[in-house]
Design a protein around this ligand. Sequence first.
Ligand SMILES: [Mg+2]
Length: 366
Amino acid sequence: MKIAAIEAIPYSIPYRHPLHFASGSVHEADHVLVRVHTDDGVVGTADTPPRPYTYGETQKSIVAVMQDVFAPQLVGLDVFDREKIQAVMARTIHNQTAKGAVDIAVWDVIGKTLGQPVTKLLGGYTDSLRVSHMLGFKPAKELLALALEFRETYGINTFKLKTGRRPLNLDIEAAKVLREGLGEDAELYMDANRGWTANEAAEVLRRTADLGLQFLEEPDDAREVLGRRRLVTNSPIPIAADESAANLGEAAREILTGGANLLSIKTARSGFTEAAKIVGMAEGMGIDVYIGNQIDTQVGTVASVVFGAAFAHTAKRAAELSNYLDMTDDLLAQPLAITGGRIHVPEGPGAGTDVDEDKLAHYRTD
Ligand SMILES: [Mg+2]
């Protein structure tokens, strides 16, 4: 069964509230929907979030690389030859989320063709994931009110606090207010998106030592190697790599050079095929992982759920799956629900990424 065509459809859905963080901000989901068509008429779907501040991709660049580079090389390949598809895309450097979307759409086709849920084809470990909610920059009291609302409404009790601000007191105060207001049982961790220096991060770790934080993600620029290594060696909690470990090679490098001792896995940038390799490597080295959020729509989020529930190693920790709640609408045909703090994997063949055609027609911008 061969790839007959690849569609890259730009669309835009406004956010209810913009999300602000140290490396950027998001006001609308100006994403690209990718569809892989086969010569048998099966269609696989995946979402592509442009994140110029992390991967250098824009909505236009994703559409262009898909139409001008990937589609001409991939049309005619057998959809089951996943490693060949990976190798063809690897001839072009970067374009991380464009490649990830092609891979997920291909898996969706494979699942539909075999009549099996993709989560089972990948591993089938469990049927749901615990949800962690991301809190962007806001005054401490507003953050607490928001966290309490999410706990009340969705049963979520794990929160990622976006940090990396100066003065450091802003984030330290926010962490204290959250811990006091949410109590001992809540799981809290920070993501500084490289906003601090290694020394500033060390100071934050000292001054939040009694708050029971789980880990600190991307505190500083990992390319400043010695500072990062010193931080990882001396930190009482794990230091996680996210944007510094965007692919298999970078993940291996950061772990082996002491740049991180925890990994964020994002299917938006790794697809399922490369993400599975990163998870296997991490498991073998005794490195924990968690499912991260690329500020995904529901179409992106369902892919994270399908992947994260497939493996014991990814299902251990709470997964970042709730950013879509900040959007005014979504394309996913079968909307996700968070109940009791969990999201369940979709039933039926494929990756669960099918979209509502009327909504796509409404929000597409091409
Ligand atoms: Mg991050």
